[in-house]
Design a protein around this ligand. Structure first.
Ligand code: FMN
Length: 175
């Protein structure tokens, strides 16, 4: 199985978690790691190239820090442009059917803040529903997301452990 990891972090040099995740998973075989903000410093997405990459992989991973209960803006732009009508959805839009779709995200808020009545009011599953609905529409299998909460509270050791668990989960063919 070939895995495509789209890393969407606007400032990877200052990232703790997403940088560690990308560096760890890159050590493995059959995985393509694509740091979108490096590939597109001017944010002009090459739709044909992105679609060709999607076709060449079986599992598509969106890896990102949670920003305003959503993805960073370049990954939203990527969705708007790459998942096009007649290609990813609509008549003839079956190109991604049967592929797997996996979200991997880090949050600043601790786990306890993502509950009914908590600081963020809703669970992560609830907040990720627009992306799950996108997965449904483009005909991919939605795999349970990999989430790490409260990144700023983690020790160096915990970050290292998280990077290993991340690679193990994302590359697990039995999900
Ligand atoms: C513009 C912006 C928006 C953010 N929105 C959220 C949010 O909605 N929920 C949350 O828990 N954390 C939010 N954060 C915190 C980031 O998710 C957190 O810093 C990041 O996951 C840490 O990962 P990193 O070490 O790879 O940067 C936000 C941060 C920024 C800069």
């Amino acid at each position: 199985m070939k895995t495509l990891v789209l890393v969407a972090h606007p400032n990877l040099e200052q990232s703790v978690m997403n940088n560690a995740w990308a560096a760890e998973i890159e050590k493995h075989e059959n995985v393509t790691v694509r740091r979108l903000y490096d590939v597109y410093p001017n944010e002009q997405i090459d739709v044909e190239e992105e679609q060709a990459l999607l076709l060449a992989h079986d599992r598509i991973v969106f890896q990102f820090p949670f920003y305003w209960y959503s993805t960073p803006s370049l990954l939203k732009k990527w969705q708007d442009e790459v998942l096009s009508f007649g290609w990813a959805y609509g008549p003839g839009g079956d190109k991604l059917h049967g592929k797997q779709f996996l979200l991997a995200l880090s949050t600043g808020g601790p786990e306890i803040s993502y509950v009914a009545g908590g600081y963020n009011h809703y669970t992560i599953s609830e907040l990720l529903r627009p992306l799950q609905a996108t997965s449904n529409l483009i005909g991919t299998k939605y795999i349970t997301p990999f989430t790490v909460h409260g990144v700023r509270f983690l020790s160096e050791e915990q970050v290292k452990e998280s990077a290993e668990s991340y690679a193990q989960y994302v590359l697990n063919e039995d999900l």
